[in-house]
Design a protein around this ligand. Structure first.
Ligand code: SAH
Length: 374
């Protein structure tokens, strides 16, 4: 796998062609210089690939013929293959993309009035094991490359009539556990030659890997959503096990630090509504206390059930009562609409029915590899 952070010389020494989808602006500029071009050719490439959706070097008319020939020898533009393209009754759209090594990953487009939000995956599976999430059941498979993450945006931008105005890294996986690839992909999303999304329109959702959050603040400027789901450590330890390593007293200050200096910013706290687990009035009060002094929005997510889960979603009345308490305390609170549940595209359902097949395929591939090993 080739990553944008590798020096261009290393990229060139690889025997395979370089997939330019893996390269952000800096990496493309470095790469073209190695093959005899100028940095601006790198910027041209970025625009051709991402803004214009062109994957054929011959069509890139502002590059010299000799540079195009060289590019054809050493590089390619490989986008994820869509194997499944399913619209939902409510306009939500899900794609399953085939990756190398038999893996598959899911991407969801949610059209709303005046905006189109793309929910992007960052890993195949997830290692964090949150007890209410179906992706967790799949276990961790591997990180996605830059090409595979930005490729999801590339595909959606080409296939939908409505523009992608927002990207949320809320699909499969924990984005901060795939740090370098996610940072490069987000840089391409925000680049004016590519998808032109402002820092307020690219949202990373994390369960709270505190050291990575601190690093992210140094290298990237994006909007932050945090999967909170509980107002105290005892319950959060059970629901979001990474809390045992990075408890609330570390997480909260790191989040406040993340938005420091930008008065427009708030943290979005995601809070899945689990019947009888985290949805009482007492817990709403605890939550209000916890968030005091932190510019916050709360997103209540009705639990989306999946086979084998023992949780139930809170009743609409309970969700409303919980929300009212927060609102009365001055916290902007939204209830996330469940979208695309008829196609298994709702939060925590991404893994889908194809997952079994993809695991089967993966085990076939790994056994083939084992069998053919010298
Ligand atoms: N790893 C990232 C992205 C996860 S998915 C994170 O933890 O933030 C995006 C959101 O969906 C998270 O808040 C996650 O906790 C929530 N979620 C997961 N499973 C869910 C389910 N079954 N029902 C509702 N929300 C769920």
């Amino acid at each position: 796998m080739v990553f944008a952070s590798e020096p261009a010389e290393t990229l060139l020494s690889a025997t395979d062609k370089i997939n330019l989808m893996n390269l952000d602006q800096k990496a493309l500029e470095a790469f073209v210089q190695v093959i005899g071009g100028k940095p601006f050719h790198g910027r041209n490439l970025l625009k051709w690939i991402h803004r214009l959706g062109v994957v054929d070097f011959d069509a890139m008319t502002d590059l010299s013929k000799s540079l195009r020939e060289r590019l054809k020898q050493v590089a390619e533009i490989r986008v994820p293959e869509v194997v499944f393209d399913q619209p939902s009754r409510d306009g939500t759209h899900k794609w399953v993309m085939q990756l190398e090594c038999g893996n598959r990953v899911e991407t969801v487009f949610i059209p709303e009035t005046g905006r189109g939000t793309l929910c992007v995956s960052s890993q195949v599976g997830c290692s964090l094991n949150c007890s209410f999430c179906s992706t967790a059941q799949q276990g961790f498979n591997r990180n996605l490359s830059v090409a595979e993450i930005i490729g999801q945006v590339w595909v959606a931008a080409r296939r939908m009539q409505k523009p992608v105005t927002n990207v949320v890294l809320m699909g499969m996986g924990e984005p901060l556990a795939n740090f370098d690839a996610v940072v490069s992909a987000m840089a391409i999303m925000q680049n004016d030659l590519a998808y032109m999304l402002s820092k307020y329109r690219v949202t990373i959702s994390t369960s709270g890997i505190v050291p990575a959050l601190k690093r992210l603040r140094e290298v990237s400027d994006v909007t932050l959503a945090v999967s909170l789901h509980a107002p105290d450590n005892e319950l959060r330890d059970q629901l979001v096990p990474i809390n045992r390593k990075y408890p609330l007293e570390l997480l909260l200050p790191a989040c406040r630090d993340f938005i420091r200096g930008d008065k427009r910013r708030k943290i979005t706290w995601e809070y899945v509504m689990l019947d009888g687990v985290n949805d009482s009035d007492r817990q709403a009060k605890q939550l209000i206390r916890l968030l005091e002094g932190t510019p916050s929005k709360v997103n209540l997510i009705p639990f989306n059930p999946f086979p084998g889960s023992s949780y139930r979603t809170s009743s609409p009345e309970r969700i409303l009562a919980f929300r009212d308490r927060l609102m009365r305390a001055g916290i902007r609170t939204m209830t996330r609409k469940t979208r695309g549940d008829d196609i298994d595209a709702a939060c925590g359902q991404l893994v889908g029915r194809v997952q079994d097949r993809s695991r089967r395929e993966l085990s076939v591939v790994s056994s083939l590899v084992r069998e053919n090993r010298p």
